[in-house]
Design a protein around this ligand. Structure first.
Ligand SMILES: NC(=O)C1=CN([C@@H]2O[C@H](COP(=O)(O)OP(=O)(O)OC[C@H]3O[C@@H](n4cnc5c(N)ncnc54)[C@H](OP(=O)(O)O)[C@@H]3O)[C@@H](O)[C@H]2O)C=CC1
Ligand SMILES: O=C1OC[C@@H](O)[C@H](O)[C@H]1O
Length: 419
């Protein structure tokens, strides 16, 4: 009952955060949005309203009427005629790119070439080739280079930071990640299922692979299997669901299961969204005749929207067993505890303020502003090599599956940086 009350309270505060908000600073970062995208209100517009150093100044859409209606609805003061006009506007400091995946590479590169800082929606680009071209671009080198961030918002939330601190990364035996998203959210013609726009469930649910990389703190050695359920024609080059297996360093294994064609029951009552990490058994009390061995399992439920609700389960099995070679178990104890970490204070991270109703995107925006301003921040970040490795992992999964790696954009910047 207390849990339900907490959820409703957080939901209410997230939807209508407490007022008054802090006034905007004189040099607040002015953001422009490319596309009247569904995700922008949640990922940027609302978090920006709570951030004193951010203003969402402008939006541009392929159809100006659509952009005007969107601007009116979301209180955005300026509407520009085209994406190009947005990049050419000298008053815009930063660009949010929530376009279909297949357009990320081109528009991120164009925005960076104009000196804009960029928050780029996930997955950053279409494949590892594009990732290397973008994230290793000379535009990003040097002390005055613009900031580029792949929007892996979950990485910035205290629940994730605390969860990772509970893992003994070198001693993980197995990790298991699940992400079932109900079919009713996206029609068969959604951008998520358009191959030419770099669609596919493994692209959209890139979180599953990012989570595994984050859990191990290392890169996968091999994708040992990848089964996909393709979408019906004409979108049969896109996966609607997938299951894959991996090996990681230190003889660890992992599995991932994701679907954009799941049921509401799959999300809410069956497996749900979670990552479960089982450690290798560890001798905690050695002895000549018997020893005490502990096996720890740590699970984070709802890694994607932890501000709404999440739970970290800590399970320990402690076994006393003979060391005479028989392995006979003399006693066994199981304990299970739960944690919730809505703020940095809950995580025991000092020096950083946060509110229980700050969503992942609020934390992400705060970290982005810190980076642009040259401030240290919490240390949570997604750097260039991280984003490149992420796309490599996705490519490995497609290569192992019956579907092709997503297509590479033909766009290249010219010498002077112009398109
Ligand atoms: N961080 C998160 O939690 C989430 C991230 N995402 C990511 O954000 C991105 C956008 O997702 P979402 O907001 O759901 O997408 P939308 O379906 O809302 O599309 C986004 C925009 O893409 C533009 N667009 C440009 N070219 C095309 C084209 N050829 N066909 C269709 N649309 C086009 C449209 O812009 P215009 O208005 O100019 O017509 C549209 O507004 C994806 O990369 C997705 O992975 C999505 C959901 C959650
Ligand atoms: O980023 C996302 O997170 C949640 C999913 O439902 C969605 O498809 C995806 O784009």
């Amino acid at each position: 009952m207390a849990g339900l009350f907490g959820f409703l309270h957080r939901f209410w505060q997230i939807s209508s955060p407490p007022t008054p908000q802090q006034p905007k600073t004189a040099n607040a970062l002015k953001f422009g949005i490319l596309g009247a995208a569904n995700i922008a209100p949640m990922a940027l517009i609302k978090p920006a309203k709570l951030h004193p150093e951010v203003v969402v100044q402008a939006v541009a859409a392929r159809d100006k009427k659509k952009a005007t209606a969107y601007a009116k609805k979301h209180g955005i003061p300026q509407v520009l005629d085209s994406y190009e006009d947005m990049l050419n506007d000298p008053t815009i400091d930063a660009i949010f790119i929530p376009l279909p995946n297949g357009l990320h590479y081109e528009w991120a590169l164009k925005a960076l070439a104009k000196g804009k800082h960029v928050i780029l929606e996930k997955p950053s680009v279409s494949n590892a080739t594009e990732a290397e071209l973008l994230f290793r671009s000379p535009i990003l080198q040097g002390p005055k280079a613009p900031v580029l961030l792949e929007a892996f918002h979950y990485r910035f939330h205290p629940a994730w930071l605390h969860f990772v601190s509970l893992l003994d990364q070198a001693n993980i035996a197995h990790a298991n990640v699940h992400m079932p998203i109900p079919k009713l959210l996206f029609g068969d013609d959604d951008i998520r299922f358009r191959y030419e726009l770099a669609g596919g469930a493994m692209m959209d649910l890139t979180y599953t692979m990012s989570i595994l990389r984050g859990v191990f703190g290392s890169e996968p050695e091999e994708c040992t299997g990848c089964e996909v359920v393709p979408m019906p024609p004409p979108n049969e080059l896109c996966d609607g669901s997938f299951s894959g297996t991996w090996t990681f360093p230190n003889s660890a294994t992992a599995e991932m299961h994701g679907s954009l064609r799941a049921s509401v029951a799959d999300l809410l009552w069956k497996e749900g969204i979670y990552v479960a990490v089982t450690h290798k058994p560890e001798v905690i009390v050695p002895g000549e005749y018997k020893e005490v061995v502990r096996t720890r399992k740590v699970t984070l439920h709802n890694f994607v929207q932890p501000a709404l609700w999440h739970r970290i389960d800590l399970e320990e099995e402690t076994v006393v067993r003979r060391t005479d070679g028989s392995g006979e178990v003399l006693s066994k104890t199981n304990t299970k505890t739960h944690k919730k970490v809505y703020t940095f204070q809950d995580a025991g991270i000092s020096g950083h303020d946060s509110k229980p109703y700050w969503v992942t995107y609020s934390h992400q925006l705060d970290a982005f502003v810190d980076r642009v301003r040259g401030r240290e921040g919490t240390g949570a970040w997604v750097d260039a090599e991280d984003s490149i490795n992420q796309m490599r992992m996705i490519d490995m999964a497609y290569e192992k599956s019956s579907l092709p790696v997503r297509p590479t954009s033909k766009f290249r910047l010219t010498e002077g940086g112009a398109a």
